[in-house]
Design a protein around this ligand. Structure first.
Ligand code: FMN
Length: 409
């Protein structure tokens, strides 16, 4: 499959750098625009001239180069890329990425990147098996970097084991298979997303709220936009910003969020309820600040209206996706919620644990959905950064919502 992707291709200084010429050739054959960035060490293994000729673009290597910074500075180059591929990635380069070092152009671009990053490690088998290298690999995976390989086999040094760079054709196939996944799969559709916490006022200065940061909902809004949808975001109070192409409506309380969502749900194709809406709100709001006069204070709360269930009950309802944040019995609660609220899909995640969930950069999801008479289907989306996780969830929503549509992308 071909596609016009902008690929920033980084080459670091390992013996497998000789394979980079073939990687560039295959990427170009698939229709990609390729900009090559080499480390100083990489240029000892293969000449920039070879990669320049194959990519049709000057090869970059200098961070502090007045001329190239004038033409396209490192931040603009990082933004230009749809995908970053680093192959081969040396032990040294992987360690730099893990620790956030940025002392050359390639490591600075890695840090500045906001697009998906693929790394193909290549090194001697003993280097690969060192705990310090494996720790770095695990850390980078948890930060959302996709690892390709390494493979087992005979190595350039004569040893046999795990550490060979994956073959260029395998690298290119994997990147294209996954990037095609991110092509506009919601083109022509409208998506309504609610995100962030709500605030239920107790008095003029206090409120009940929760730890939701809104990051997951905002990442979903951006992923839906990138997938070609027209996106409306109903947002509780957060400190995040949304791209100008997204229509954002700010609300504060659960009641305001209910009204904003219900007023728009029927005119959208898909509704994703990713907000952490208060289940209860104070029956009355004190008109003056509550004084610290008594030893105890009893608050009387009442149930808020159920946004998801009411959207799912609309006569002309959108494809309705809920979120469940649970501290225990995740799967049981999620499947019960899917059925009781008559949702089309539910994405459940653990909260209150060491990693992931509320107010974290990382998350993992257990997604359940109904499929005709086959009952409930499910898929695990493993722990990664919320931006990548949102792209995977949007793709899954598109696949389940309209399989014919995504089969054609
Ligand atoms: C002949 C030779 C082959 C090398 N091959 C590898 C390799 O396959 N993987 C690796 O991690 N390091 C390899 N190294 C070591 C790296 O070149 C060295 O760590 C260098 O500092 C990497 O720089 P860079 O990460 O900035 O590209 C090799 C060194 C030599 C001299």
């Amino acid at each position: 499959m071909t596609a016009n992707l902008n690929i920033l291709y980084g080459v670091s200084g390992g013996i497998a750098a000789y394979k980079s010429a073939e990687v560039v050739r295959l990427l170009r054959k698939r229709g990609a625009q390729v900009r090559v960035v080499m480390t100083e060490a990489a240029m000892q293994f293969i000449t920039p001239l070879t990669l320049q000729a194959l990519s049709g673009q000057p090869v970059l290597s200098q961070l502090l180069d007045a001329d190239s910074e004038h033409a396209m500075d490192h931040i603009r180059l990082a933004r230009w890329a749809d995908v970053i591929l680093i192959a081969p990635a040396t032990a040294d380069f992987i360690a730099k990425c893990r620790h956030g070092l940025a002392d050359d152009l390639l490591s600075t671009l890695y840090l500045a990147a906001t697009c998906p990053v693929y790394i193909a490690p290549a090194m001697n088998q003993a280097m690969w098996s060192k705990p310090v290298v494996q720790d770095s690999i695990q850390t980078l995976r948890a930060h959302g970097v996709q690892m390709i390989g390494p493979e087992a086999g005979e190595q350039a040094c004569g040893e046999v084991g795990l550490g060979r760079m994956s073959e260029p054709s395998a690298l290119v196939d994997q990147i294209y298979a996954e990037c095609i996944d991110q092509l506009p799969c919601l083109q022509g559709l409208s998506v309504l997303i609610s995100a962030g916490p709500t605030r239920e006022p107790l008095d003029p200065v206090r409120y009940l709220s929760n730890r939701s940061s809104g990051k997951m909902g905002y990442a979903l809004a951006k992923a839906a936009l990138a997938a070609g949808a027209k996106v409306t975001l109903i947002s509780g109070p957060v400190t995040l910003s949304a791209p100008v192409e997204i229509e954002r409506i700010s609300v504060e309380t659960a009641a305001e969020m209910y009204d904003a969502v219900l007023a728009r749900a029927s005119s959208h194709s898909i509704y994703i309820g990713a907000a952490a809406v208060a289940d209860y709100s104070p029956v009355t709001m004190a008109s003056c600040k509550i004084k610290k006069n008594e030893q105890t204070l009893t608050l009387v709360l009442q149930k808020t209206r159920d946004i998801l269930a009411d959207v799912a009950a609309l006569p002309s309802r959108p494809f309705t996706v809920g979120f469940a944040a649970e501290t225990h019995a995740l799967e049981d609660y999620a499947s019960a919620k899917l059925i009781e609220k008559n949702l089309d899909m539910i994405a459940a995640n653990w909260v209150g644990q060491a990693q992931g969930g509320f107010d974290s950069e990382l998350n993992a999801l257990h997604v359940l959905w109904r499929e005709g008479s086959n009952g409930i289907c499910q898929k695990q989306l493993p722990m990664t950064n919320k931006s990548l996780l949102a792209q995977h969830l949007i793709r899954l929503i598109a696949d389940v919502f309209n399989p014919q549509l995504t089969a054609n992308t």
